[in-house]
Design a protein around this ligand. Structure first.
Ligand code: GBH
Length: 485
């Protein structure tokens, strides 16, 4: 029986879940309170203040370490079904290793988790959102294969402490940013440039670390807790500039998504074949004796393959991609160019720009990205773990509402027209926060945060009202009544 659907039906399926997200370093502050250890982002901001747009840091941020009750209240005001936040590795394990567990750190996350559950809001927890212990960075960080052991030990501690109450887990947020962006750009922690080596060592290690954590959950915790675990990849949608660039666009997708997803979600596991080949060629041409992308053993392929319970997608923006022209210079991959594939990216003329340089508006991209993922990895459960919009100032943010509406409409089309099994959506972000190298200048919050107020007062934006109303009515239809907040 064909299910008919009217194009004007802007209603989300029953049971669909809406949430909002933050990350520890971006909101918690309290960077050296109690026994908390130093993270690589603490070090980076303190040592290289000029690398942050407003020379700011995460020392206080939104002070969520002290304002967590207000954070829960906001989640409740919006009617969120879940709140996605991350655990700070060095707040829980000050040395980076599992030799000592911080009591204050444990108490903080227990309070947050219990407080959410009391309000009927599910905690959706990310183990790692970029704040590696500096102690581990000093030992090579994500380029050292031992990072998989360190991460596994940390993951086991988190699952042991909170697994009885947390049913939704993300191991690692946006591996591509940890690897490709870090080692190509110098604009994130640590400022080590190693595009030909570091980025690819990191790529393999991060896959192994994720798989270790997944297997630990699967074997030691799933039997009693029955939660779900995945990794949240970052997705920029690539369209070819001209039909002649179609093959390159597909290679770019395999490079930016496949290199981090294929080992986990594909039937065969391991690197995408096209990327394995392209990177071996380019490595040999550069004089290396083998590919810079480290090989997996057959055993490792099997170990990583299938380590997911759902697909977690972060998505914000799109690019057009084309072959580089003779003599053209490159920016860094992936938010700009890919020198290894001889590819240049650009924006389509009619895509609007935003207040931050890497972000163009292209709502159709989110639908096409989901359809591509379904085609690549099958009819699995998808959850959008991040999507949102940057502004510079103001409580009135019609442009953010417009973005959410346009993107969410495409999300509905993915569900209803393309049959993508999508069960949840997460707005980035619950509140303004430390936006990495943009500092506090770029604001993604449904709630505005007043950084001049010692209590970091949070005030709902118009977009918060929009989101609250969407969660209440399950429809994007403008006719639905607006609520006070
Ligand atoms: C997500 O990253 C993050 O998970 C979240 O922490 C962040 O606050 C949010 O999005 C909004 O940015 O030189 O082009 O690489 C999205 C991917 C990676 C985009 C880092 C910006 C830095 C600029 N981001 N990137 S670029």
């Amino acid at each position: 029986l064909a299910v008919s659907w009217c194009a004007e039906d802007l209603t989300f399926p029953p049971g669909f879940k809406f949430g909002a997200a933050t990350a520890a370093f971006q909101v918690e502050g309290a960077w050296n309170v109690s026994d908390k250890g130093e993270s690589k982002w603490d070090r980076f901001c303190h040592e290289f203040p000029h690398k942050i747009q407003d020379r700011s840091n995460g020392d206080v941020a939104c002070d969520s370490y002290h304002q967590w009750k207000r954070d829960i209240e906001m989640a409740e005001e919006l009617g969120l079904h879940f709140y996605r936040f991350s655990v700070s590795w060095t707040r829980l394990l000050p040395s980076g290793f599992a030799n000592h567990i911080s009591e204050d750190g444990t108490r903080y996350y227990n309070n947050l988790i219990d407080g959410l559950l009391e309000k009927g809001i599910e905690p959706f927890v990310t183990l790692y959102h970029w704040d590696l212990p500096q102690s581990l960075q000093d030992l090579g960080g994500w380029t050292n294969p031992l990072v998989a052991d360190w991460f596994a030990d940390y993951a086991r501690v988190v699952f042991t402490l909170f697994g009885d109450r947390v049913k939704w887990w993300i191991t690692i947020n946006e591996p591509i940013v940890i690897c490709d962006v870090v080692y190509n750009s110098g604009i994130m922690a640590p400022p080590i440039i190693s595009p030909e080596t570091g980025a690819y060592l990191c790529n393999k290690n991060v896959m192994m670390a994720h798989a270790r954590a997944y297997r630990i959950y699967d074997e030691e915790f799933r039997p009693k807790y029955q939660g779900k675990v995945s990794v949240a990849n970052h997705h920029i949608w690539f369209d070819p500039l001209t039909p002649a660039d179609a093959e390159l666009a597909e290679l770019a997708r395999q490079n930016a998504v496949g290199r981090y997803a294929h080992p986990i979600y594909s039937k065969t596991g391991g690197w995408p074949a096209s990327i394995e080949k392209a990177l071996e060629e380019v490595s040999l041409k550069r004089g290396y004796s083998k590919s810079s992308l480290p090989a997996f053993t057959q055993e490792e392929i099997e170990f990583v393959r299938g380590t997911y319970d759902f697909y977690a997608m972060n998505h914000y923006t799109s690019r057009l991609i084309r072959k580089a022209r003779e003599g053209e210079t490159f920016n860094f991959w992936p938010f700009a160019d890919c020198i290894d594939l001889g590819a240049k990216v650009q924006k389509q003329e009619d895509w609007d720009v935003t207040s931050t340089f890497w972000f163009f508006i292209h709502p159709e991209g989110i639908r096409r990205q989901l359809a591509w993922l379904k085609q690549q990895y099958g009819d699995i459960e998808f959850i959008i773990t991040e999507n949102g919009f940057p502004t510079v100032e103001g409580i009135h943010d019609p442009i953010r509402i417009k973005y959410y509406k346009a993107y969410l409409k495409q999300v509905l089309l993915a569900i209803k027209e393309d049959g993508v099994y999508l069960t949840g959506y997460t707005a980035w972000s619950l509140m303004d926060n430390f936006e990495w190298s943009d500092g506090y200048a770029t604001k993604f919050g449904l709630y505005q945060v007043d950084y001049n107020d010692p209590h970091r007062k949070r005030t709902p934006r118009d977009s918060a009202r929009f989101y609250k109303n969407l969660i209440k009515t399950y429809t994007l239809d403008d006719g639905a009544t607006q609520d006070e907040l």
